[in-house]
Design a protein around this ligand. Sequence first.
Ligand SMILES: [Zn+2]
Ligand SMILES: [Zn+2]
Length: 333
Amino acid sequence: MTIRTPYRPLDITVPFPELSAYARTGTRLHPRPGAPAADSSVGGPLLWPADEAWPVCEQHGPGTRGIAPERERRYRRVLREVYERPRMPDGGLAYTDEEQAEFDALSAEPWHRPDRHEGGPLPLLALAQFSTRDVPDLGPFAPPGADLLQVLWCPFYDHEDGPFSHFGPYTRLYWRRAADVTEPLPAPPEPAVVEARYLPEPCVLSPEQVVEYPFADYLPDELVARIDAWEDELRARIGEEAPWYQYDLSLAPGWKIGGWDSWHKTDLYRVYCDACGTEMRVLLTIDSYESGGSWGPYPVVGQPTEVKVGRDGEYRAFACPTDPMHPHRMSMQ
Ligand SMILES: [Zn+2]
Ligand SMILES: [Zn+2]
């Protein structure tokens, strides 16, 4: 099924032609649970060379507690089944005794982390893979010759002293040319434990290019003042149905490549390249929700990937426009 954005409520460049200068395309990915086998997916197979070491997180070694991916997948499966069943007479969910005991045992565990990693550093988790053939806005970010972006992360929040010195899953990006991978790794390693919110459901994508406009803090103050006044006037004329610049007309929610970045939780914090000082551009947005404003595609699936970042927020990878090989930076919102 191809997922598409509903018709836009209006073209914001009609009342504000000067916004055209800020227009950027972005590709909404519209991930939906499925069985991805293609080049581009969230939580699907990665084309990884068999002779290249699988990356690990040095900060999560033996003794790391979490939930085993298989256990989490089973919980999700059971939960989906339980929601499909007829309700109990009192309206409650109809768990079997066995399922109830299993869920009770899990929630009794300290930190809901019943499993433990042993051995060396924790292997990273394959999060997503995108091909420039499938995702129109990916190409401009790619180093010469590369056509595949692979995203891996360490599925834990605490990375205080990590290479990127921030909180949030430690995230690595890999560019490669698919044709170079003549001997792919048959079964990539998976970490023994994860934080459940960072384990993606395998999802197929429906990439769709849309036009976006900047978060207001990127715009001149006088333009923002005029947009605010226009919103007020429109609201007075047609009521609560009037669209908002932020939520309906500028920034699409959900996973996407390129486009613009929202700063609705912190106000704008410009991201600069550590290597050369150039202002970076948002490459990938990992979003907890895809619904929102006028952008919710039909049928609406609130959290298609089951990945939840920040406080139901977004986690973004920024890339250097001068040199795509300069280290990316992550930002939570
Ligand atoms: Zn880690
Ligand atoms: Zn740079």
